[in-house]
Design a protein around this ligand. Sequence first.
Ligand code: AMP
Ligand code: MG
Length: 363
Amino acid sequence: MNAALNVLPSLLPRILPRVLPRVVLCACVTATAPACSKSPGQSAEFFVFGTLVDVRLPDSDREQAAEVLPAVQRELQRMHHEWHAWEPGALTRLNDALQTGETARTTAEIAEMLRRSRDLERRSGGRFNPAIGRLVALWGFHTSEFPIVGPPPDGDAIGALVDARPSTLDLVLEGDTVRSSNPAVQLDFGGIGKGYATDLACAVIRSQGVESAIVNAGGDVRTMGDNAGKPWRIAVRDPAGAGGVAGAIEISGDAAVFTSGNYARFREDAGERYAHILDPRTGYPVRHVASATVIAPDGTTADAAATAMVVAGPEDWPQVAADMGIAAVLVIDASGEMRATRAMMDYFTPAEGWAISVVGPER
Ligand code: AMP
Ligand code: MG
């Protein structure tokens, strides 16, 4: 999800002429069109993980891009299908087995994502928890159509799912085989899958000898190398609205910039909004953080940590970030106040008119 980060508006005139026809044509991959001849390198856009993914290779020629970009698209589509939380695939098969207590063999990628998830869940103090698939489904968020309109689920039903305490720590993992000691565990990789997918996409790109690339998955960005000798420049969207920008991050090398927010996917009822990010400890949607942006060396960590920061809320996020080993965090709370860690300020410049306070000790 998260259209919260976008490549800066200065790039949009270059992107849009190519994005629009491909959106309409169902996003087939081709190397850079002549409309983009001023932009160095090659790129492609396609829909996957419910969002427009833009992959650019600043140092590549057409021939190389024609090999690399379709391979990236194929891999991302495969992952999207296999990890889907409610359409039949490898993950739904695993979920079926987990609720009966059966031992199941899953894919090496899902097993790896579970290992990473367990560590991230533990370090986040249970705020990031991809075992809460039943709660996410109960709230109606297993859909691609937003906003959802209608009253929230019954409080007793929410309470029962919270009391069952599903956790990835209930899983017994041996190689690629998995069993759950808790039948309430249902996996939902909505908070981490896109991050892991961007890491694997970068691995595919690198395996073909390419050093520099950016994978922008609807605003969640994974970078490698640099942008033709310059840092990558990534905008942080104003969560309050209409395409506004709250600032920009400049970064090079292997990095991921992921944002979670409570503004894009939600349920609406009687003027009240219920965000699609749930606090696993209460079973209710988060309220107080509008968006959290995290920089980490890899997409898997950045994605899970951004979700955890939103759940942690305005008081606790600095401590949870420290517990998770995340140095660079930017949080915009529901009243529009912007705060960041000192490490984030090495990369982030607020847009004009935005005040920012820096949290944490002097270096
Ligand atoms: P993200 O946009 O990365 O913050 O992920 C949000 C998605 O992750 C939701 O749409 C749910 O599918 C799932 N999710 C919701 N709450 C949590 C949570 N506390 N921990 C892990 N995944 C969650
Ligand atoms: Mg996430």
